[in-house]
Design a protein around this ligand. Structure first.
Ligand code: ADP
Length: 450
């Protein structure tokens, strides 16, 4: 069988070779999953919870190994990979607990003596397609609720980072998840995608990735009217009002920006600073960056690095200024490393501002009034995360109401945990992940009168 190689962004070395699966292999898995559906949906939720709980324990026991695999295939530092494994595992724990708490409703009907009942039934076989930036958490936040709900699920992880997913899959099987309930396929992503789209047994696709691919999946799944849960990236505004505590804000923005070297759809992308405090904010940011006491990994591959370089070059050609660029740390050997950079003199129409930077580029913009900044922050097709920094809580809530984004953090740059609901407005996606809502996406609602 044809194979494909997995390269480490840390040194461009091949770390593994995997079978290059396509349409046929995927079709077989779909068939197997469909055959397993009847059994799995009728297993007591308590039993599904026990298996998930066991999977959680195994992931916990193997957290260092999983973090090491992730570091090798994805490039994020081990410390950060460990945080992601624990975060990813929190979804398994949470959905183990929620598995037994799916309740319906009974009410009187419109005829005397008749009752009506709303119950939830698992939707059927699900396909999950995940990206390379969070190889553990993006997997567990889809697989755990599917298993909890009673849905067989077929995972296609990113071909850049399948090894973390393979380890998670192996542990799930060891925990007792039947092979037909959770399977994994990767290789020819277009052909695998085509199999997901063409087989009507696939009732739902849960996808995290680019807007282009999300739109393609929407168009192509129309034939069999599949349910879609989509998380399609963001262009997060980060609004810093003039009364913000700047030392605190700088720390938070650096933490947010350096998460996965800026390769996150929730990364603070457009940093809008009140004009009065712009100079002092940038001064503090430069002081912090010069300390060079942070640890970020290389970008994932040459395509991403070239993209970031081009965005920066284009911005400069349009009149932006590279205000500061960090040195490359002496222990950093990867040619994919992108030293953090602060860019000023930007305007909203520059590509770097309109697109996700997906790299450690701090794009600084200024504003004069709250009305203006809200309008500019909302002027995007995206609508995932937004950030506001100010000491005036009432004002931050007022601004939150006016922002067209699904996730808003006030005085923080981290947004997600397993209990909260994550998803975007506008073209950032459809449906929600995380929390109870994330579980309910895997159910159909059935109405019965009796
Ligand atoms: P990115 O640019 O961040 O890699 P993509 O949307 O291209 O984002 O990829 C996210 C996931 O979608 C990956 O697992 C990738 O293999 C998968 N993917 C990309 N194109 C297709 C497609 N045509 N059909 C199915 N999956 C796809």
């Amino acid at each position: 069988m044809k194979t494909f190689a997995i390269y480490s962004p840390n040194n461009n070395q091949i770390i593994s070779e995997l079978d290059y699966s396509g349409f046929e292999e995927t079709s077989k898995l779909i068939d197997k999953a469909q055959k397993g559906f009847d059994n799995w949906k009728n297993i007591l939720p308590l039993r599904r919870a026990e298996i998930l709980e066991k999977w959680y324990e195994l992931v916990k026991k193997n957290r260092e190994l999983i973090a090491k695999i992730m570091h090798e295939e994805q490039g994020k530092p081990i410390e950060e990979a460990l945080i992601e494994v624990d975060y990813g595992n929190s979804f398994i724990k949470f959905y183990a607990q929620e598995a037994t708490r799916v309740l319906g409703e009974v009410s009187t009907s419109f005829k005397s003596g008749q009752w009506s009942m709303n119950i939830y039934e698992p939707i059927g076989v699900v396909a999950a397609i995940t990206p390379w930036n969070f190889p553990c958490a993006m997997v567990t936040k889809k697989i755990a609720p599917a298993i909890a709900a009673g849905c067989p699920i077929i995972l296609k992880p990113s071909e850049e980072t399948p090894l973390t997913a393979i380890k998670l899959h192996q542990l799930a099987i060891e925990a007792g998840v039947p092979e037909e309930v959770f399977s994994l396929v990767c290789g020819d992503y277009k052909e695998i995608g085509r199999a997901f789209l063409e087989h009507k047994e696939i009732k739902m696709i849960s996808f995290t990735g680019s807007i282009e691919v999300g739109k393609y999946l929407m168009r192509e799944s129309a034939n069999s009217v599949k349910k879609l849960v989509l998380e399609l990236g963001g262009n997060a505004p980060c609004i810093i009002l003039k009364d913000a505590n700047l030392d605190f804000t700088v720390q938070k923005i650096i933490t947010g920006k350096f998460r996965n070297a800026g390769q996150a759809c929730t990364s603070p992308n457009r940093i809008f600073v009140a004009a009065e405090i712009k100079d002092i904010f940038i001064e503090k940011l430069v002081i912090e960056l010069k300390k060079n006491n942070y640890k970020i990994g290389p970008l994932i591959n040459h395509a991403q690095k070239n993209r970031a370089v081009k965005l920066l070059e284009d911005a400069v050609a349009c009149g932006a200024k590279v205000f500061f660029q960090s040195d490359i740390p002496s222990n950093q050997n990867s040619d994919l490393y992108f030293p953090p950079v602060i860019v000023t003199n930007l305007t909203d129409d520059i590509k770097l501002v309109k697109d996700e930077a997906f790299s450690p580029i701090f794009s600084i913009l200024t504003f004069s009034s709250e009305e203006e900044v809200v309008k500019r922050a909302n002027d995007t097709d995206y609508g995932l995360a937004a950030y506001i920094f100010s000491q005036d809580l009432k004002k931050t809530i007022e601004i939150s109401h006016k922002l067209n984004f699904g996730v808003i953090a006030i005085n923080d740059s981290g947004t997600a945990n397993e209990k909260t609901i994550h998803g975007g407005f506008n073209q950032s996606g459809l449906g929600r992940e995380g929390g109870k809502e994330g579980l309910m996406e895997y159910f159909e609602n059935k109405f019965i009168v009796f």
